[in-house]
Design a protein around this ligand. Structure first.
Ligand code: XLS
Ligand code: NI
Ligand code: NI
Length: 435
């Protein structure tokens, strides 16, 4: 332990009566939920960037956190100190996974090859620490948006040399993820979008993005990386228009480039809201299109129109999402990544622990509500009844493509269908009973 956190023992489950902010009231990792332990169902991951790399700045003021590993002359030594603290947190939270961008964990060097060497040094360290702490990598990714070279995009940059640099970086991040047995590899579009159409060839940029992703898929097969690549849709921020706008848009893009077998989606709550959808909408659509992969768990502020990345504390919304995930058999390679940051004023080391504990508990509570709703068929029952007509011979024949327009029209002549209530308030009441 580095001593950054006062506490070194793992947080324990104490049950609902506990008032200790450093104890779990719902997250009982060994409890069985639909055939798996809670730990296996939720697959929590701590993210490196918000918890260890973000200094607490906002557009109007700088750093508030003053973390010891952010100040000093030897960047690689600082990166190692940061890793020590990160693994301290993983142990205290007793989470099974973590996630990172290349630049979160290793300093950028003066050249690409120096950056790659730094990443290798940290990968060595991670390998040892992961073995000792029994923490696994949910996914790795490359930061292709912070450095000024990427201000006009990475894969969608007008300059093919920037595209090449991004390829160099993404290859190294994929190699590191593969070496650490990462279960997925994530591509968030970063600055793949535009500020103004006046300087943008949209069609060309989309073709570049397609090439980039296709090359990455080929490479993944070449090195034997078996996990999926996950695109993370987001409609805006930092660019005015991000190409990976939402689930539906990415679906079209993947279909066009024939990538749906290898590329799935990492869906984030705050991004869903920014796109004008609900979190559960994006999750349900991803399942419906066969693209569900993993979740970035956080929440936006209802009154602010940007990606505030607050810790998820909203059991009702999450219960509906987990209802969908459990209904579909639970996560495969995916999990719940805390893409969430504590607020700028939360400057105490314990704030970092408390935030994760509270959110893990809110997720656990939501998971149990989802389990109960499924066990009682509280939503599935009414849904089955509402669509039961389609289970009949005629409904099935239409869906199977066995009826022509004329045949269906002919049958309509003898019908007089009666409207039936959608029962929305009844169903809202049902959900309210479970959460
Ligand atoms: C930013 C994204 C980012 C990705 C990883 O809005 O959520 O944090 O999850 O690049
Ligand atoms: Ni995210
Ligand atoms: Ni985000």
């Amino acid at each position: 332990m580095t001593g950054f956190f006062e506490r070194s023992e793992p947080i324990r489950f104490e049950g609902e009566g506990s008032r200790d902010p450093l104890a779990f009231r719902h997250y009982d990792k060994n409890r069985q939920v639909m055939g798996r332990t809670m730990e296996e169902q939720l697959r929590f991951a701590v993210c490196y960037w918000h918890s260890f790399t973000w200094p607490g700045g906002d557009p109007f003021g700088g750093e508030t956190f003053l973390r010891p590993w952010m100040h000093g002359d030897d960047p690689l030594a600082l990166a190692k100190a940061k890793a020590e603290t990160a693994f301290d947190l993983f142990r205290v939270l007793d989470v099974p996974f973590f996630t990172f961008h290349d630049v979160d964990v290793a300093p950028e060097g003066a050249s690409l090859s120096e950056s790659i060497d730094n990443l290798k040094a940290i990968t060595d360290l991670f390998e040892e620490k992961m073995e000792r702490e029994k923490v696994r990598l949910l996914w790795g990714t490359a930061n292709l948006f912070s450095h000024r070279r990427y201000m006009g995009g990475a894969a969608t940059n007008p300059d093919p040399d920037v595209f090449a640099y991004a390829v160099g970086q993404v290859k190294a991040a994929m190699d590191a993820t593969h070496r650490l047995n990462g279960e997925n590899y994530v591509c968030w579009g970063g600055r793949e979008g535009y500020e103004t159409l006046l300087n943008t060839r949209m069609g060309q940029e989309l073709d570049q993005l397609g090439r980039f992703l296709s090359m990455l898929v080929d490479y993944k097969h070449k090195i034997g990386f078996t996990g999926p690549i996950l695109i993370e849709p987001k409609p805006k921020e930092p660019t005015k228009h991000q190409y990976d706008f939402d689930v539906a848009t990415v679906y079209g893009f993947l279909e066009r480039h024939d990538l749906t077998a290898d590329v799935k989606l990492n869906i984030e709550q705050n991004h869903a809201i920014l796109a004008g959808h609900s979190f559960e909408h994006e999750v349900e659509l991803a399942y419906a299109l066969g693209l569900f992969g993993s979740l970035d768990i956080n929440r936006g502020d209802d009154l602010l129109g940007w990606d505030t990345d607050q810790f998820a504390m909203n059991p009702k919304e999450m219960a509906l999402v987990f209802h969908e995930v459990l209904k579909n058999g639970g996560f495969t390679t995916g999990g719940l990544n805390f893409d969430a940051k504590i607020r700028r004023q939360s400057i105490d080391p314990d704030d970092l622990i408390v935030a994760h504990v509270a959110s893990m508990d809110a997720c656990a509570k939501a998971l149990l509500a989802a389990e109960a709703m499924l066990a009682d068929k509280a939503l599935e029952g009414p849904l089955a009844e509402r669509y039961s007509g389609w289970d009949g011979a005629e409904g099935r024949a239409i869906l199977a493509g066995e009826r022509t327009l004329e045949e269906v029209a002919a049958r309509a002549a003898s019908l007089d269908p009666q409207p039936r209530s959608g029962r929305q308030e009844l169903l809202e009441g049902v959900v309210a009973r479970y959460v």
